[in-house]
Design a protein around this ligand. Structure first.
Ligand SMILES: [Zn+2]
Length: 155
């Protein structure tokens, strides 16, 4: 699986290093928008006063995976859980449509790679499991290979 890098400028002075030993969660999101590039989300999050895009990875409708915030840094996608998680966002408004098969395939490939890098990852959760939000609307964690309804890995 290829991970594309966009040219994103971060405010590194606002970012905190992510301790890989603390990472035990993957948190899944939808963008709640269509036709939105990783650069566009980066810009919106900069305008929020954040260091830059809050997600570590962004998966376009066609399944292309983009790097967002480098995984060396704590993300900004789920208050109280950022320092222990990797955030993945799938492009789309899942109130209106389902994720594409290509997005789900890429999401699963990415999770396999992340579990090699962050060996403490033990659960995959939907954003709404941890925060008062509808995000990601559909049960993305239920589409993860080897994951049960609670979001625990079965393997
Ligand atoms: Zn979310």
């Amino acid at each position: 699986m290829e991970i594309k890098k966009a040219t994103l400028k971060f405010n590194y002075n606002k970012m905190v290093k992510l301790n890989p030993k603390n990472v035990y969660l993957i948190i899944l999101h939808h963008s709640a928008s269509e036709n939105t590039s990783v650069e566009m989300i980066h810009k919106v999050h900069l305008n929020n006063g954040w260091a830059g895009i809050g997600y570590h990875y962004y998966i376009r409708e066609d399944g292309t995976v983009y790097e967002g915030r480098p995984t060396a840094y704590v993300g900004s996608h789920c208050p109280a859980n950022n320092s222990k998680s990797i955030g993945i966002c799938l492009e789309g408004d899942f109130r209106k449509r389902k994720p594409t098969d290509k997005q789900i395939k890429s999401m699963n490939e990415l999770i396999v790679e992340l579990r090699k890098k962050f060996t403490g990852i033990a659960r995959v959760l939907n954003h709404k499991d941890l925060y008062a939000t509808l995000c990601p609307v559909v049960n993305l964690k239920g589409m993860v290979d080897n994951t049960n309804e609670r979001g625990d890995f079965l393997c």
